[in-house]
Design a protein around this ligand. Structure first.
Ligand SMILES: Nc1ncnc2c1ncn2[C@@H]1O[C@H](COP(=O)(O)OP(=O)(O)O)[C@@H](O)[C@H]1O
Ligand SMILES: [Mg+2]
Length: 252
């Protein structure tokens, strides 16, 4: 479970994240939806203890990130927006290295690594250097690394960017299985359709402020009778009138 209390980040005078209050339950896939520059990555970096908030608090499974960072971070699996891999390691070597960092005993990690490579359909590449992997395969090996220690909170920053449809579907299914095991999934995206298809509940962030939150159904109801689609709401809320015109133009 993830909780933030008035979480705020300023860069100088610029407010990147503004008094954010989130409550994401276990078993839930939460979509953090907003246009580019809205503050998604900044929020995720604070949730994961990589960036110090200007003010406010982060709790992971009730553990205060500021007071017990190692304990809180041990509960998290992070898939960052620009993941770094070690190109000169094989998939197997990389995952065993990560397992060692998380202090998973070797006899256990051998089994875990094998299982996870199978699940992500990477077994055939296990003994090849990561530099030979496609973009989608690299993304999957990063996901495997994030899942190795069986975190109770999985955080993904724009996970589907650059993924082929098959890999995107695989990730979608995997997140669903993960959440059904009582884990918390928090995922950022700037694409409404992805939030719609993958998430139980969505929060919309714009200019650092959470401006709407609810299930897709609830948000849809908010749009009201005949007032347009969820896309219209999203664009209206995020002030994307230009984008809307562009979309209309493309549809015509
Ligand atoms: N290190 C930084 N210094 C100054 N401004 C930053 C820094 N990181 C991000 N920003 C600004 O904060 C805002 C939010 O950025 P970010 O969290 O990356 O947005 P998103 O992930 O939603 O696209 C943007 O306007 C961005 O330019
Ligand atoms: Mg981002």
């Amino acid at each position: 479970m993830i909780e933030t209390v008035d979480l705020t980040k300023k860069y100088g005078e610029f407010v990147a994240v503004n008094h954010l209050n989130l409550h994401v339950k276990s078993g839930e896939i939460y979509g953090f939806l907003g246009p580019n520059g809205a503050g998604k990555t900044t929020t995720i970096r604070m949730l994961t203890g990589l960036l110090q908030p200007t003010s406010g608090k982060v709790f992971i499974d009730g553990i205060n990130m500021e007071e017990e960072p190692i304990k809180a971070k041990a509960r998290i699996g992070l898939i960052p927006d620009t993941p770094s891999v070690y190109p000169k390691l094989t998939g197997n070597e990389f995952l065993n290295f990560i397992a060692a960092i998380y202090e998973i005993p070797p006899e256990e990690s051998v089994h875990k690594v094998k299982e996870i490579l199978e699940m992500l359909e990477l077994s055939h590449k296990a003994d090849e250097l990561i530099e030979t992997y496609s973009h989608g395969m690299k993304q999957k090996i990063v996901i495997a690394a994030a899942l190795l220690h069986d975190p109770s909170v999985l955080i993904l920053d724009e996970p589907t960017v650059g993924l082929d449809p098959k890999s995107a579907k695989l990730i979608k299914d995997l997140l669903r299985v993960y959440a059904s095991r009582g884990k918390t999934v928090f995922m950022s995206t700037h694409i409404l359709e992805i939030a719609e298809r993958m998430c139980d509940r969505v929060g919309i962030i714009n200019h650092g402020t959470l401006i709407a939150e609810g299930t897709i159904e609830e948000l849809r109801r908010r749009v009201g009778e005949g007032e347009g689609t969820l896309e219209d709401l999203f664009l209206k809320l995020t002030g994307g009138e230009d984008t809307k015109d562009l979309l209309k133009f493309l549809e015509d």
